[in-house]
Design a protein around this ligand. Structure first.
Ligand SMILES: Cc1cc2nc3c(=O)[nH]c(=O)nc-3n(C[C@H](O)[C@H](O)[C@H](O)COP(=O)(O)OP(=O)(O)OC[C@H]3O[C@@H](n4cnc5c(N)ncnc54)[C@H](O)[C@@H]3O)c2cc1C
Length: 496
């Protein structure tokens, strides 16, 4: 079985996994009213793989000719990377700005390990690259849904993993080594889609020192492994199935869950790093390189919705010709298109990796793009809310709107521009409210790494020598230093 149907995916989730949601243990995640929102969103991955219109984009053949999910194949060229971007963008456009999650984050972790595992093997004589490839093969053969567990709960942010108090389980770590595997303990937080996945790929979330070597651990684990408990994130939606009041949050629930590893056994062939501490940071950094691309791609699609909502509300309220509204709409277009351009540039100028035959998005461009969209999100929401007016905060519910006793009154008094049905305006109002939720703010700011993480990368990657050479040339400073670009340029102004 290389490509699963949506029903095969759904059936695979009835496996005794331990999931809690809204205070209760969930016996069957496929029938729970809230978890089903996440399930349906993830199932779109499998729907699209079966759809003749999209199958050519989202599936491919592996070396033995089997049809597999394209995103599980390693990307080896600029064209592969651009195609991956097209897949993520299509997923996001289909699912209202949030790419269908069955493999969305996991694939980036798999690629990060593909790059770093051979480095560890070379230095330590381990066989992690073979383990990673076998895991990739398993994921392709079973067409698994794969969550990515990197972010530890972390405890005191100023202390390293092994220094934490009153216990040292704030970061997932090895508590026992056996001849056939390892036992791990600790907790990961905000792990998207985990309760509705088949597998979790676990990576270290930071660089480690020798004292922390037990925390330098990476592995793949089925979600029903004994000792593994998942606690769902509180959903935004208050009434599942109410698409009028909650157009986004009743359609997409990413369920960024907490995962507790209470002495979980991991067999040797599922281990990808075991205490080789200098490589923990490399894995986290490499995951960031791959995942930034996913982030800016889906965000560009989400921004189309945001900017579209602002333009549509301006049209419905008949304010689109007013100068300050036009100025805000112009800003939103600039924000949307710049995010798109930067994400694409990161693929166009991708980097090849000497330790593997993979390519990954240009790290400087990808970090700049991620920082740009996250840093500007709240301004974008401010403009959208400003254009839409107070109704976004005070709009009556669908229950009132469709109540025959008062429907006529609401229809009459909540109308705007003549010819625009009141119901259309109210549906748009509800979309704008969902877009401006605190969940949307937080996911934009923190998912795929906080702003400080991008700033660190941008500073570390900056070609300051090039910038300094440019400044020295303009200032006529001759200090004997040379630069590949600026020392080769002709004299300016010309001596004519
Ligand atoms: C909706 C959502 C989905 C997510 N999905 C996933 C997922 O699927 N898988 C996954 O692994 N992770 C996921 N994440 C986690 C995400 O990567 C983190 O939220 C992010 O890296 C920030 O970490 P944190 O939440 O622990 O915040 P904190 O680390 O507490 O950060 C809060 C602030 O403190 C600063 N800070 C913290 N520690 C330090 C320090 N030592 N030095 C300097 N500054 C510091 C940060 O820069 C930030 O400004 C998700 C997050 C969200 C919100």
């Amino acid at each position: 079985m290389a490509i699963r149907t949506p029903l095969q995916y759904i059936d695979s989730l009835k496996d005794g996994r331990v999931v809690y949601c809204l205070g209760e243990r969930v016996e069957d995640v496929t029938t729970h009213p809230i978890l089903k929102i996440c399930l349906n969103w993830m199932a779109m991955d499998y729907v699209l793989q079966q759809d003749p219109q999209f199958a050519e984009l989202v599936t491919d053949r592996d070396e033995s000719g089997d049809v597999v999910s394209f995103v599980f194949l390693p990307q080896k060229s600029r064209e592969d990377l651009l195609r991956l971007r097209d897949v993520v963008k299509m997923w996001a456009r289909v699912c209202f700005g949030k790419p269908s999650g069955a493999k969305f984050v996991g694939k980036d972790g798999l690629n990060a390990l593909t790059v770093v595992a051979p480095r560890v093997d070379r230095e330590h004589g381990t066989e992690y690259a073979a383990n990673v490839e076998a895991y990739r093969r398993y994921l392709m053969d079973t067409d698994a849904s794969l969550a990515l567990g990197m972010t530890d709960v972390k405890g005191d942010r100023s202390l390293r993993p092994s220094q934490q108090k009153p216990h040292q389980d704030y970061y997932v770590h090895i508590v026992k080594e056996k001849s056939d595997g390892i036992v791990v303990r600790g907790a990961k937080a905000h792990i998207s889609q985990a309760p509705l996945s088949n597998e979790i790929l676990v990576l270290p979330c930071r660089a480690m020192r020798e004292d922390d070597k037990g925390y330098a651990v990476s592995f793949g684990v089925p979600v029903n492994a004994p000792g593994l408990t998942m606690i769902s994130a509180e959903p935004e939606v208050k009434e599942p199935g109410n698409f009028f009041d909650y157009p986004l949050s009743s359609s997409v629930y990413i369920n960024d869950a907490m995962i507790i590893f209470d002495d979980v056994f991991i067999p040797n062939d599922r281990v990808f790093l075991k205490a080789e501490w200098p490589f923990a940071g490399q894995i986290a950094y490499m995951f960031g390189n791959f995942h930034r691309l996913s982030a800016e791609t889906y965000k560009a699609a989400e921004l189309e919705i945001l900017t579209g909502a602002a333009a549509l509300m301006a049209e419905y309220n008949n304010v689109e010709h007013i100068p300050h509204i036009k100025e805000k709409l112009t800003w939103l277009v600039h924000y949307t298109e710049a995010t798109e351009i930067m994400g694409r540039a990161a693929c166009d100028h991708c980097v090849s990796e000497p330790d593997s035959d993979l390519v990954y998005p240009n790290p400087m461009y990808a970090n700049v793009a991620k920082f740009f969209f996250a840093d500007n999100w709240h301004t974008g929401i401010k403009y959208l809310q400003d254009i839409a007016g107070g109704i976004v905060g005070t709009c009556p519910s669908a229950a009132d709107h469709f109540n025959p006793e008062i429907h006529g009154l609401l229809d009459k008094y909540l109308g705007a521009r003549e010819g625009v049905p009141t119901e259309h305006r109210l549906r748009l109002v509800k979309l704008i409210r969902d877009l401006g939720s605190s969940y949307e703010d937080i996911i934009t700011l923190h998912a795929e790494g906080s702003l400080a993480a991008q700033k660190l990368s941008i500073y570390a990657l900056a070609d300051f020598e090039r910038y300094k050479a440019a400044a020295k040339r303009a200032a006529r400073i001759e200090d004997g230093s040379t630069d590949q670009i600026y020392s080769q340029l002709p004299q300016f102004p010309p001596m004519v």
